[in-house]
Design a protein around this ligand. Structure first.
Ligand SMILES: Cc1cc2nc3c(=O)[nH]c(=O)nc-3n(C[C@H](O)[C@H](O)[C@H](O)COP(=O)(O)OP(=O)(O)OC[C@H]3O[C@@H](n4cnc5c(N)ncnc54)[C@H](O)[C@@H]3O)c2cc1C
Ligand code: SF4
Length: 339
């Protein structure tokens, strides 16, 4: 049992002041990931700074016609919000593909971005893990790595980012709003928020230690007419993605005007490939076009033994998701029929 303190932040400035004064402290929102990490002795914060009473639970229109989602909006509220359902169904369906209703009721938008990998060696403190204990080695390389990454890996870590919501946010080109010391606010493009492991796999994101996420901004374009989120996993619910694909297409006269494509379960961050998107733009919405895009996304993919199958799974997943998006028949419709 590790002793830890507990305080409550009174406002955003107070939250930042508290974390800057005690770098070993951690914010707690829904607690659905952090408490598990503490129970497993992976996270040992000196203090929990409770941010759940901060006024960051609104979904509001932005001046540019998009939406601002407060960092404390629960995942459930976000997925069922009428504006999200109507304008950003890709985001709604990605959230609903994750966890369980009870977990989504607790999980916050900000916490979802910062949830840590589900690599089981990371959670098992008896094994070497560079992410948990820098310099100790990676047990997954040469170990059991069925769920691990095939893109953007390094010799130090092959973990994946587990979020579903973040895959949709990557495809939608969301922006993360953060506040740091002295009221310093900044906006981080979603593509720059999560990191690849490189030689510092212990660092998941570009958020600074003394910053708090206050909101996520969605640009106006939501690809509502032609989108799909496909999550392939071992069980139909309550399981993390082996491979997931988020696609949004803007199609005019059978031709793709603009494309967004992001993958989950394959890399240390939601994997978006701008080359594949550029290749899709201007092309006819056909099977051949989608096959070519899949080849492009996976051109540098590499398996580590148990996860070799993910390369073919991702290829098929990309083609299927783009086909669903183009046809206006998203996976979420098929899921409703199953339920
Ligand atoms: C059994 C189980 C199954 C799950 N399945 C899925 C799944 O299929 N797909 C999926 O996407 N997710 C899944 N999840 C993960 C779940 O979505 C996350 O645990 C949740 O989103 C985290 O949000 P939280 O508010 O509970 O975060 P917390 O646990 O409170 O915090 C997580 C981290 O974020 C930090 N933090 C929180 N808010 C802020 C903020 N505003 N600013 C700065 N730092 C902050 C905390 O300090 C902590 O380090 C699952 C979780 C469990 C337990
Ligand atoms: S893949 Fe990353 S998280 Fe998993 S054991 Fe290796 S270093 Fe640790």
């Amino acid at each position: 049992m590790n002793n830890f303190g507990y305080t409550r932040a009174s406002d955003v400035a107070d939250a930042v002041r508290q974390i800057a004064a005690d770098p070993a402290a951690k914010f707690i929102a829904g607690g659905t990931n952090l408490i598990d990490l503490m129970k497993e002795n992976v996270a040992r914060p000196s203090r929990l700074i409770d941010i759940t009473h901060l006024p960051l639970d609104k979904i509001e229109e932005t001046k540019d016609g998009g939406l601002r989602i407060g960092a404390l909006v629960p995942n459930s509220d976000l997925s069922y919000h009428p504006q999200i359902e109507a304008r950003y169904p890709l985001l709604a369906s990605a959230i609903l593909a994750g966890a369980s209703q009870q977990l989504r009721n607790m999980a916050s938008t900000g916490g979802n971005l910062l949830q840590r990998t589900r690599c089981f060696y990371f959670y098992d403190t008896t094994t070497p893990c560079n992410k948990r204990e820098p310099g100790s080695g990676c047990s997954a390389i040469g170990g059991i790595n069925r769920g691990h990454a095939i893109l953007g890996t390094s010799e130090h870590c092959i973990a994946t980012h587990p979020s579903d919501m973040c895959v949709a946010l990557a495809a939608l080109e969301a922006r993360v709003l953060a506040t740091g010391r002295n009221g310093g606010e900044r906006t981080i493009m979603f593509a720059d928020f999560h990191r690849l492991p490189g030689d510092t796999p212990q660092i998941d994101t570009t958020l600074r230690a003394d910053e708090i996420i206050t909101a996520i901004d969605l640009p106006p374009k939501g690809f509502a007419a032609n989108h799909s989120y496909l999550k392939i996993r071992d069980r139909l619910s309550y399981a993390f993605a082996l491979v997931s694909v988020a696609a949004g297409l803007d199609i005019q006269d059978g031709k793709i005007k603009e494309a967004r494509l992001a993958l989950g379960g394959v890399a240390h961050k939601p994997w978006r490939d701008k080359h594949a998107e550029a290749q899709l733009a201007g092309a006819p919405a056909t099977h051949e076009t989608f096959m070519r895009a899949a080849e492009t996304v996976l051109r540098d993919a590499r398996g580590f033994g148990h996860n070799d199958f993910k390369i073919e799974l991702a290829r098929r997943g990309i083609v299927r998701t783009l086909t669903q998006a183009a046809g206006g028949t998203p996976q979420s419709q098929a899921d409703k029929r199953i339920k």
